[in-house]
Design a protein around this ligand. Structure first.
Ligand code: SF4
Length: 337
């Protein structure tokens, strides 16, 4: 386990809040036993804590609390336009967990949620029921590690374990688990499934240093990629988000070349590629709470409610990057957004 992944291990929560109706679920009982030293507060509804006004996202990130809750209403959502569907028209996502153990400066979650505390939903059987109703026999693509990093969270709640048999029994459901985690034991302890893709986000060391607090180093991520490949997992590499920044631009060519000297391009399923982008609403909220962030102080373009770089600049940079990536990966295996 990397130093950063230790954040997902013991004693990282200041308080555990538990919804009254979540108290009797097995996940709750296990967690309260595991974190027996952590103060526990019973609450009526998770939103009473999570949606409180005037919370300080950045401060809470340093001292996260965990909220155990029962998910109600909608369990599956149609994938948004700003996310890649990798050619699958039936693209859905689900959120077993809200928020993340990592703290990326560019993360849209800061604009989406009023709190940096983590919510873990304990009624996993209800998620399965909903997936059965909506997705099964539909050849759907499901982003399961959405609004969080499930593998980094695995040492806290092993959600993937709770769904593994379900995924195995429903081969038409193609599941992507996106991660920056280097929890290599995960790949050693799980059998690879045809319909599970592990999607590793790889970024130049300069980007990790500048924007991806608490995440594992590039070296550690490369090792995790190679462990997953050697254990037989289908592996996707995500070069996403790409930044256009004079401090970082020079880093991409050596980064791509280094990645494909360390990772056999023939062993990966495909590559995702996308520039930094965010819904305008989220961007505006983050701009206020990250007032010292240079990332949110830059000039961007707005297109259809999405903030990103000017399209002619993206086209130019993408062309340059693709001319490097094509040395290693066929065009048909690179999905751009
Ligand atoms: S790893 Fe993903 S979900 Fe977690 S903070 Fe970073 S961008 Fe957000």
């Amino acid at each position: 386990m990397s130093k950063s992944d230790k954040r997902s291990n013991n004693s990282m929560f200041t308080t555990i809040y538990v919804e009254e109706k979540a108290l009797e679920y097995p996940i709750t009982r296990q967690l309260l036993q595991k974190y027996a030293d952590c103060p526990v507060v019973t609450i009526r509804h998770y939103k009473d804590v999570f949606n409180r006004p005037k919370q300080h996202f950045a401060l809470q990130k340093q001292n996260q609390s965990l909220i155990l809750a029962v998910k109600e209403g909608q369990f599956l959502y149609k994938g948004p336009e700003v996310c890649q569907n990798f050619g699958h028209p039936n693209f859905y996502y689900t959120s077993f967990v809200l928020n993340c153990v990592f703290d990326c400066e560019y993360c849209y979650l800061q604009g989406m949620y009023p709190s940096a505390n983590m919510v873990a939903f304990v009624n996993v059987e209800d998620f399965k029921k909903s997936m059965e109703e909506v997705l099964v026999e539909k050849q759907a693509f499901l982003a399961a590690s959405y609004d969080t990093d499930l593998i980094a969270f695995h040492n806290i709640v092993p959600y993937v374990d709770y769904f593994y048999d379900f995924f195995r029994e429903n081969p038409d459901l193609l599941v992507e688990i996106r991660t920056k985690s280097t929890n290599q034991s995960f790949y050693r302890n799980h059998e690879p499934l045809e319909n599970i893709i592990i999607a590793f986000t790889l970024t130049p060391a300069e980007v990790i240093e500048k924007y991806e607090r608490h995440t594992p180093s590039l070296e550690a991520r490369i090792k995790a990629v190679n462990t997953a490949i050697s254990q037989g997992f289908k592996v996707r590499i995500c070069f996403d988000p790409i930044f256009i920044d004079p401090e970082i631009d020079h880093a991409y060519e050596p980064f791509y070349r280094y990645i494909f000297t360390r990772i056999d391009p023939g062993s990966i399923l495909d590559v995702g590629y996308g520039f930094f982008r965010m819904s305008e609403d989220f961007f505006k909220r983050i701009e206020k709470i990250r007032s010292s962030s240079l990332l949110y102080a830059e000039d961007y373009c707005k297109d259809n409610g999405v903030i990103s770089y000017p399209s002619h600049v993206m086209e130019k940079i993408q062309k340059e990057h693709m001319s490097i990536l094509y040395d290693y990966i066929g065009k048909e295996k690179i999905f751009t957004l």
